[in-house]
Design a protein around this ligand. Sequence first.
Ligand code: CNA
Length: 282
Amino acid sequence: MLTYFSKVNFSQCASTPFICKLSNILKSANQKSIIVLEGAGISVAAGIPDFRTPLTGLYSKLGHLNLPNPESIFDIEYFSENPLPFYQIAHTLIPSSKIIPTPAHYFSKHLQDLGLLKRLYTQNIDGLEHQAGISEDLLVEAHGNFRNAHCIKCSRDYPISDFIKRINKFKTKNGTKPLFCKCGGLIKPDVVFFGESLPERFFKLSEIDFSNDTKAIIVMGTSLQVQPFASLISYAASNTPVFLLNKESVEGFEKEKNHFFIKGDVQESINLVSNILGWKHK
Ligand code: CNA
């Protein structure tokens, strides 16, 4: 958890100009003027692999499932015909009680506590923003979550505990059956698959949030490959700085004058910003 600690310290700025630019903006930002966009890279430090990092990402570990392509595991058409591969790997995405939010998650919570956070949009389905204490009204879980489950045919809700019981059997290699609804439809967690629509809330709020009174957009730990989420940064006004904190730059980023890439481990970059601003982890 972050808290106020000491005086603002800009002495580290010479070597990290974009980090300082971001810190300066945060220091004088108005209430509800910062938007945060998050991706799988911020949960890697919590022990949840991302998708696309070579060797460690989930997509590099699906060879044994003989999928047409790695994305098929989250494709609603493929799942409807072949649900077992998703059931087999789902336990790697559901956070256990041992998994806790990272400094990057608590950074957003601190922005919320200071009243600066306008909205946090996340692609993550691990629920760590929720666990870090981001309030429902400020949070948009664009790709859903693992807190509930439903039937893909009749939409009936099911407790996620039933689904977790079933996938835990896959963990011990005793499971061979997916979970079916009374109507015969498959039960899947409330995560958004390729081919499904994002929650209405995502479209409603993104239309109003990216206006001129946004002081900065902070994008953390994402390859910005998945649409429509990746397009959110294009809604930024041309005078709103967009900071990408990521291990690598992503295609199309840095093309605009208001794009600033902060290369490196997102947790380290966040720690630097926190140190400069005198915010300290308890
Ligand atoms: P991605 O495509 O796997 O990209 C992750 C990005 O994060 C890559 O560009 C990495 O280089 C970068 N990255 C990884 N570790 C770090 C680090 N420590 N510091 C800085 N950068 C890092 O994942 P996206 O989020 O862009 O793709 C969207 C998908 C991923 C969504 O549909 C999610 O549901 C899905 N996903 C979510 C989780 C989760 O909830 N934790 C895990 C895996 C995938």
